[in-house]
Design a protein around this ligand. Structure first.
Ligand code: ATP
Ligand code: MG
Ligand code: MG
Ligand code: MG
Length: 480
């Protein structure tokens, strides 16, 4: 069979449909769950069923789920396997089949369906899970040396401090079986790639911390589509699969760069552009517009990163000669063109997606250019005033002004300054931030006292929104 992403997705769903699973649609990236901002796994839409809060509709189901993980944003382009936006293929059992079938089917999927060479598949099990160990070793016939016992950080799943939880078993692909088994370390990502995670939800953790066996045991699994595509298409990383590479090609063309001949840095920038362009298309399609709060801020940050990286690669304007134009809609078009089987709604939202991207890119470029002028001036002053011994440093006040008045990302200031051998006064910046925070807190209190009920509404309009944005920036560890 052809190994393209759409085909892999279809075959996964069909494999489990043939084994009694109902193929259900994936859910929106905006979850119906207040505990997370975005959909991070296939199980999220089923969480109430797993937690016993609503009755199951079907005993077993299979889905392909759009996911977005901001905690992986820094890995994008740096590891070969992480994206912000990716698809998770899953099979689920709601009190129906359990460990034995889940393991046997995962194995058959990998070996019989996707034809992975038997000797290249490794698995991990939770250190105390002798049952899973036995199934892999005695029923599947996996040599014990390719089964690794791992601790609870890697191989124990829980949705919270109490409630349903259980051990996991993960499947890995070995790119270098010639290196043997003695020194093998599943954490070595130049050799191994985790592609499938099986969660055996068998316990309830009680308030006193102890575990009791659940009467109704569940299965929750996730297989990364881009990772399977990478394996089957035999390319060096997820980005070069048919699921993302067309966007990268398009970006390279706009930048006048030859991807194959490009240096590592340019390749990394192109990978980030490929990843984030896809992510923002799906986020906007699911109704998330750029803003300074929550999900909206995530889209904004992703868009800004693409724009910045595009500029670093030399893309100006629309990349085709019109300096007043924008290039994100062109990349988005490529992503939309590939979206039909990932999410049929995207096509219908296409013109809104292009419009929002165009507007946001224009706004950010203007900010960047205004900030660049001020930064230039501040850098010259810093260098001039520091002739001699110590390294020139940009005062916290200036850095804060760039951030606060011009919306200029601090990381960008840091980066541009570093290029000139200038450091930035982070402490001074933090002090300015703190000052501002106190001031707005005071303003907030005044508003509260004088306006009563309308305060909540008003307080979302005063600069505090900027601070929430900054906090989100830190906790998501976005670097521009
Ligand atoms: P990793 O250890 O590689 O970060 P993970 O253990 O965090 O992966 P899980 O939470 O177990 O991943 O998710 C199930 C599957 O989803 C993984 O086995 C992988 O195939 C895929 N996956 C997880 N995170 C990403 C990501 N950021 N980009 C692409 N695929 C992912
Ligand atoms: Mg991870
Ligand atoms: Mg892992
Ligand atoms: Mg995992």
């Amino acid at each position: 069979f052809s190994n393209d992403g759409n085909e892999i997705r279809r075959r996964f769903l069909e494999f489990f449909a043939l084994r009694g699973h109902i193929v259900l649609p994936g859910s929106s990236l905006v979850p119906n769950d207040p505990t997370v901002l975005l959909t991070i796994a296939g199980m999220l839409q089923f969480k109430p069923v797993f937690l016993g809060q609503v009755p199951r509709q079907v005993p077993r189901a299979t889905t392909s789920q759009k996911c977005l993980r901001t905690n992986d944003v820094e890995n994008v382009g740096r590891t070969a396997r992480h994206h912000t936006f990716f698809e998770m293929l899953g099979n689920f059992s709601f009190g129906d089949y359990f460990k034995q079938d889940a393991i046997r089917w995962a194995w058959e999927l990998a070996i019989d369906e996707f034809k992975l060479p038997v000797e290249r598949v490794w698995v991990s099990v939770f250190e105390d899970d002798d049952e899973a160990m036995k199934i892999w070793r005695d029923e599947i016939g996996m040599p014990e040396e390719r089964i690794k016992r791992m601790g609870k950080d890697d191989n124990f799943w829980a949705s919270g401090p109490t409630g349903p939880c259980g051990p996991c078993s993960e499947m890995y692909y070995d790119f270098h079986p010639e290196e043997g088994t003695v020194t093998a370390d599943l954490g070595d990502d130049s050799r191994f790639l985790e592609f499938y995670n099986l969660v055996f939800m068998q316990f309830n953790r009680k308030d006193d911390g102890s575990l009791e066996l659940l009467k109704q045991k569940n299965i929750d699994t996730g297989l990364g589509l881009e990772r399977m595509a990478r394996i089957l298409q035999n390319v060096p990383n997820n980005y070069e699969t048919d699921l993302i590479f067309p966007i990268i090609r398009c970006a390279a063309k706009l930048a006048g760069v030859n991807y194959e001949a490009a240096d590592d840095r340019s390749k990394r920038l192109l990978k980030v552009i490929g990843d984030h362009s896809r992510a923002v298309v799906y986020l906007i399609s699911d109704g998330v517009s750029p803003s300074n709060l929550g999900r909206g801020y995530i889209v904004r940050r992703l868009i800004r990163r693409v724009v910045r990286m595009g500029r670093l690669l030399g893309i100006r304007g629309d990349g085709k000669g019109n300096l007043e134009g924008t290039f994100l809609p062109t990349l988005a078009k490529v992503a939309v063109g590939m979206s039909t089987e990932i999410d049929p709604d995207v096509k219908h939202n296409a013109s809104r997606i292009y419009q929002e991207l165009h507007g946001e890119e224009l706004k950010f470029v203007q900010t960047l250019e205004r900030g660049e002028k001020l930064l230039e001036q501040l850098l010259e002053e810093a260098v001039a005033s520091e002739k001699g011994t110590s390294k020139p440093s940009l005062a916290g006040k200036g850095v804060f002004m760039l951030y606060d008045t011009y919306g200029y990302p601090i990381e960008l200031t840091e980066e541009v300054a570093a290029e000139r051998g200038v450091s930035i006064d982070l402490e001074g910046f933090e002090a300015e931030m703190e000052g501002q925070r106190k001031q707005s807190q005071a303003a907030h209190n005044v508003v509260k006292l004088s306006l009563g009920g309308a305060a909540a509404e008003l307080s979302t309009m005063i600069p505090e929104t900027e601070f929430l944005g900054y906090t989100a920036l830190e906790s998501d560890s976005f670097v521009s």
